[in-house]
Write a new protein. Structure first.
Ligand code: CA
Length: 506
């Protein structure tokens, strides 16, 4: 009965509005959950992909990075080769991660800043943290959130934004918008990684002057140890850690300083003559630093005897092109460097380590996390993603695997007289199947096709040969059929407007 009530209330969004009134029962057996997701961390930037047991499962060469902790962690985890960030951009991914919905429903179709009031996490959405909270968990958020429309609500300067640049990107998230997280140490978005800042549960600002991933792992360890009685040790916990590096800017680290650039940019589609090429050294150094910070959390879990009953996930919001494909844009494209993200899940004794080619999409993460924690019955009805937890427990589970993942790119739409963005333009949709990548771009005015990308990722894993749609009509037809199904199912603007309906059967 309680479960049915949860679903009913969850579907109406009431829990999100009421705050968390957690039941006290069923706690001892519930697993803890820690979800760590550094920003802009591409799947290829993990050393183990070049090692035995892993390299034969993928058709790309791993980046020449040192990730000793992830290498060990991968051997204890289910590791996905093909997890996709559908809308590979910070805020839209985070909206999907938190709500289990695509950007057209989560409230976040565009990156959040103060000129985009149409892009902000829906206050009435039931987020993953609302569900954990209502299931009796203590919920804690650390690091970058970047899912809120910044408003002039600086706790120290009432009536002002937390930063002075225009538009403001950084944001303070007040208690009523924390969706069940009862412990808070977070900020919106801010890219001085050695001079980060955070607002705590009570809204006090902290400026620790420490490289942010290591500062955050230290705070997580302190939380796990329950220093200062910040959590109820009788309750299970749900922790999200949004580390900002390896996101740019790239500077200050010496680990790969003397290595020739063409020994670092090993992908055949990369151009080591690009101005950005120098950044590779620092991107990879940040990757190694994140690996170390992640390792500190793992060490604390073990030291405290919490490792056995804690589900640990390592993921990212999107990748980084890093001189591949001659693009300056690190993300927001359908290239594998941008869309393909790490996804590793460790749950000792409950899931057996292996590599799996499940094409997990961003909105699938929330229901899958709930499924892993035994809360499948509490997945809100509004969620669009699927619960693939049974496949993590048993690769032969009787569950239909996705045929691919949607690709989504949105741009600013109409602006009002004040320059505020009031709508979004759905500039591209595409489909990544096990074998192909397709992306279709439309004209802003007449919504006709202006550009296409089509790659045979099996024969051309570095996506160097853009195939003609004309010469591959059967392939395009199949991909458009799959894409049309999903666009209809999620009620996407392309489906609603019948965009390219001569190609896409809705
Ligand atoms: Ca990001």
């Amino acid at each position: 009965m309680k479960t049915q009530l949860n679903i009913l209330l969850g579907g109406l969004g009431l829990f999100a509005l009421q705050g968390c009134k957690a039941p006290q029962a069923e706690q001892s057996v519930q697993p803890n959950v820690i979800y760590v997701f550094p920003d802009q961390y591409r799947n290829q930037a993990m050393e183990f992909w070049g090692q035995e047991g892993f390299r034969e499962k993928v058709n790309f060469r791993n980046d020449p990075v040192h990730t000793p902790r992830l290498n060990d962690f991968a051997r204890e985890s289910v590791v996905l080769t093909s997890a996709m960030s559908n809308c590979p951009l910070s805020s839209p991914h985070r909206g999907s991660l938190l709500t289990g919905m695509y950007p057209n429903k989560s409230g976040i179709p565009l990156n959040c800043n103060s000129s985009r009031p149409i892009s902000s996490l829906r206050e009435d959405a039931v987020c993953v943290s609302d569900v954990f909270c209502n299931a009796g968990y203590d919920c804690a958020y650390f690091g970058k959130l970047h899912a809120d429309f910044p408003t002039p609500n600086d706790p120290e300067r009432p009536g002002q934004y937390v930063e002075d640049r225009v538009p403001a990107w950084d944001a303070y998230t007040p208690k009523e918008r924390r969706h069940g997280f009862n412990y808070w140490y977070s900020y919106g978005t801010f890219d001085e990684h050695k001079n980060p800042h955070y607002w705590d549960t009570e809204g006090r600002r902290h400026d620790p002057r420490e490289w942010s991933p290591l500062h955050e792992s230290g705070k997580v360890v302190s939380y796990l140890k329950n220093e200062g009685n910040v959590r109820d040790p009788k309750k299970p916990f749900f922790i999200m850690v949004g580390m900002n590096p390896p996101h740019s800017p790239y500077r200050s680290f010496n680990l790969y300083k003397n290595q020739p650039l063409d020994s670092l940019l090993v992908r055949p589609n990369a151009d080591s003559k690009m101005l950005k090429a120098e950044s590779a050294r620092y991107y990879f150094a940040s990757v190694t630093g994140v690996d170390r910070a992640f390792g500190q959390i793992l060490d604390a879990l073990k030291e405290l005897g919490l490792d056995k009953n804690t589900i640990v996930v390592f993921a990212s919001d999107h990748g980084e092109t890093m001189c591949s494909q001659h693009t300056e844009d690190p993300k927001n494209s359908p290239y594998s460097e941008s869309m393909n993200v790490p996804f590793l899940v460790r749950f000792p004794d409950k899931i057996k380590p292996r590599v799996d080619d499940l094409m997990l999409s961003s909105p699938d993460i929330m229901p899958t996390l709930l499924g892993l924690a035994g809360l499948a019955d509490s997945i809100p009805t509004e969620v669009q993603g699927r619960n693939y937890a049974p496949l993590f427990f048993d690769e032969k589970a009787d569950i239909v695997r996705p045929t691919g993942a949607l690709y989504i790119q949105n741009l600013d739409g109409e602006k009002d007289a004040e320059g505020m963005v009031r709508s979004y333009f759905p500039s591209s949709r595409g489909f990544k199947s096990a074998r192909y990548t397709l992306a279709l771009y439309i004209d802003r005015e007449n919504h006709k096709l202006v550009k296409s990308l089509l790659f045979d990722d099996e024969k051309d894993p570095y996506q160097m040969n853009n195939l003609s749609l004309e010469e591959n009509q059967e392939v395009v037809k199949d991909l458009c059929a799959e894409m049309g199904k999903v666009l209809k199912e999620i009620d996407d603007p392309w489906y609603k407007e019948g965009i390219l309906k001569d190609m896409i059967p809705y």
